[in-house]
Write a protein that binds this ligand. Structure first.
Ligand code: NAD
Length: 471
């Protein structure tokens, strides 16, 4: 129906806007845009009270230009085919931008998880996995789910167990799903990955002299006045990494309201205060805003919406004073707001690339599962011994002793978390430069989001061009 908003339609619209700046023939563009496979299923659940309920669920594989497909599974009452298709398509483009060699996928089960007991949720998750197995829609080489809204490590462990039970002896079974508990093949650094990726991406933007000059800001993160909406997984870690790098966290908001301090807020102290009092309000030394959305309109250098979609819209966009907006959440700006802010000269750093830290580290988890060894296990000691030897030689030759702190830093061999952080840093830096270079090379491209889409379309296009079309 024409009056119904289509999320997939909106993604197609952004795609078409960017496709104009590429040279691929129309047929290839159509193929890239479409969802390759949509699996809609129904299965029965026997509830704890003995009644039977029909569960509606989906798995969409948007693109097979690289396999496996990759994307989270969402448990939410609002799940529908259009939404799962849109999220699967975004995964294709997100993976392409950060050079994660997967096609896009997404899954959804139309339930409000709060209305089911843990045992019912386990039955739903296991049955869903079994349905995916029957149709070859899951496996380390075909399609690899991950957590999303309403799912986490617990559900991923159930998926792994179901898959392993039905594939006895499959040595790579752990790679059938990511976001697992560390004790079940998960990887260290996954929890903070999205927030750290947001930080790495924005730090790189802040280090670009031409971009900073346009924004009227000094180069670098240090001293930047940052405001963050949402103190959940992504918001907390983004704010924390910015604070640690010397930025001033001037504003923090949660659903109960917002706090502001030009002197800077200590993120961990605010979290502790919220735990103690049940609210971020009345934090010592900070002023209060009754409504969390008021903080969005305050003057700051970088605004990081990290909570919900559509929080910056046609109504408040004209009043936004931030010079840079880092989209940590998925879809925090409506398309209208995007246009208004671009016209105002605000740099919007798009979600599709900025919050790709999660999928990047999921990729590292999958690689770890296929190699059956923890990152750093083989080389950590060797490197430490070698570094200790080098430091000893330097001290002997120079006749000077190194400071304990420097010594520790140089001698330290990389642990799994160090390597995951390093891989994520490299990924975000490279992706930022690829997008910015594309934007510079085609000056007609109106904004960074369109430039990111151009990068994604070109990479998927190259795959089709090189692989040819079967048969
Ligand atoms: P989360 O549930 O951990 O955190 C969201 C926080 O926002 C909660 O603390 C909530 O209380 C707060 N909040 C709700 N309404 C608010 C409001 N009006 N104002 C201020 N705060 C409000 O979720 P998350 O995992 O941090 O995800 C946040 C966003 O980031 C979502 O859009 C999600 O899709 C996106 N994202 C998350 C990941 C990930 O790895 N977790 C990866 C990519 C994108």
């Amino acid at each position: 129906m024409s009056h119904q908003y289509s999320f997939f339609g909106a993604v197609e619209k952004s795609f078409d806007k960017a496709a104009r700046y590429t040279k691929w023939e129309q047929g290839i563009l159509e193929q890239i845009k479409e969802c390759n496979a949509v699996y809609q299923m129904r299965f029965p659940l026997k509830r704890d009270d003995g009644s039977i309920e029909v569960i509606e669920a989906y798995r969409v594989q948007h693109s097979h230009h690289k396999t496996p497909c990759k994307g989270g599974i969402r448990f939410a009452a609002e799940v529908n085919q259009d939404e799962v298709m849109a999220l699967a398509a975004l995964m294709t483009y997100k993976c392409a931008i950060v050079n994660v060699p997967f096609g896009g996928g997404k899954g959804g089960i139309k339930i409000n998880p709060k209305k089911y007991s843990p045992y019912e949720l386990e039955k739903i998750t296991r049955r869903y996995t079994a349905e995916l197995i029957k149709k070859n829609f899951i496996g380390p080489g075909t399609d690899v789910p991950a957590p999303d809204y309403g799912t986490g490590e617990r559900e991923m462990a159930w998926i792994l167990d179901t898959y392993s039970a039905m594939h006895p002896g499959e040595i790579d079974a752990a790679g059938c799903v990511t976001g697992k508990p560390i004790t079940q093949g998960g990887v260290r650094g996954r929890r903070e990955a999205t927030g750290l990726g947001v930080f790495f991406g924005l730090r790189e933007v802040c280090n670009m002299p031409d971009i900073m000059k346009k924004a009227g800001l000094k180069i670098g993160v240090e001293g930047k006045r940052v405001s963050v909406q949402g103190l959940g997984n992504v918001g907390y870690h983004s704010a924390k990494f910015f604070q640690d790098a010397g930025a001033i966290i001037v504003g923090l908001s949660e659903y109960e309201g917002a706090i502001w301090s030009e002197q800077g807020l200590d993120v961990d102290a605010v979290v502790a205060h919220r735990k103690q009092t049940g609210s971020i309000m009345n934090f010592p030394g900070a002023s209060n805003f009754q409504y969390n959305w008021d903080a969005l309109e305050m003057n700051c250098d970088i605004l990081i919406p990290a909570a919900l979609e559509n929080v910056i819209n046609v109504e408040n966009a004209p009043r936004i004073k931030a010079k840079i907006i880092g989209e940590a959440a998925n879809g925090p700006l409506t398309p209208d707001a995007d246009e208004i802010l671009n016209k105002k000269g605000v740099l919007v750093v798009p979600d599709m690339y900025l919050n790709a830290g999660g999928v990047t580290v999921s990729y590292f988890e999958w690689l770890k599962n296929l190699s059956h060894v923890r990152y750093g296990r083989m080389e950590k000691r060797f490197n430490e011994n070698m570094n200790t030897h080098i430091v000893g030689q330097i001290e002997t030759m120079s006749g000077k002793k190194m400071g304990e702190k420097e010594k520790e830093y140089i001698m330290h061999g990389a642990d799994e978390v160090d390597l995951v952080y390093s891989g994520l840093e490299e990924t975000m830096i490279t992706a930022t430069h690829e997008i910015m270079n594309t934007w510079k090379s085609i000056p007609d491209i109106p904004d960074m989001r369109t430039a990111a889409y151009v990068v994604a379309i070109n990479k998927v296009g190259v795959s089709y061009a090189e692989l040819g079309i079967f048969p």
